[in-house]
Ligand binder design. Structure first.
Ligand code: GDP
Ligand code: MG
Length: 162
């Protein structure tokens, strides 16, 4: 049985871009996960020869009203079904209420968490990524899902967490 890694975070932080980056040129198998929202899709992934299932989440928030609660609720379902969680934040924006809502769910879950501070496209944004230490989730891994910067070290941390 392959371990499951859920990719969670508020909309627009780059979760799907990161998932695409990770599955890369491997033949991604898109599959419906039974019994859960159609917005959640899982993919076969591997890193350094270790196989795992990567679960993308998102795309379900109807409007701004109660957005943090909706995000937290959906994240909760994905986290419950996961062996480890890749929590994505946007280093260029910093932490907002919707991020904090997911953090509370992560704390309760006691699942291993790897924190990806995304959109660090160049060295100038490294400092913003470092400020994500204040989330209390351990080391923020500065990555650029768009360009692939830092994703190797982040994936090493994900596999270490499994
Ligand atoms: P999701 O809602 O969390 O799945 O976010 P998406 O993957 O759909 O990305 C939202 C937007 O952020 C898109 O316009 C992406 O191109 C952009 N984006 C994602 N990752 C990066 C990144 O590493 N750097 C930059 N500059 N933009 C990114
Ligand atoms: Mg998405």
């Amino acid at each position: 049985v392959k371990p499951v890694v859920a990719v969670v975070g508020r909309p627009n932080v780059g979760k799907s871009t990161l998932v695409n980056r990770i599955i890369g040129r491997q033949e991604a198998v898109v599959q419906d996960v039974p019994g859960v929202t159609r917005d959640r899709v899982s993919y076969d992934a591997n890193w350094n020869g270790r196989e795992f299932i990567l679960v993308d989440t998102g795309g379900w928030v109807s409007d701004a009203t109660g957005m943090a609660a909706q995000i937290a609720e959906q994240a909760e379902m994905a986290i419950a079904a996961a062996d480890a969680v890749l929590f994505v934040v946007d280093a260029t924006v910093g932490t907002v209420d919707e991020d904090e809502a997911v953090v509370r769910v992560l704390r309760r879950s006691k699942k291993p968490v790897v924190l990806a501070a995304n959109k660090v496209d160049d060295a100038r944004t490294e400092a913003e990524a470092a400020s994500m230490w204040n989330l209390g989730l351990g080391q923020p891994w500065a990555v650029s899902a768009l360009h692939g910067r830092g994703t190797g070290d982040m994936l090493d941390a994900v596999l270490d967490a499994l």
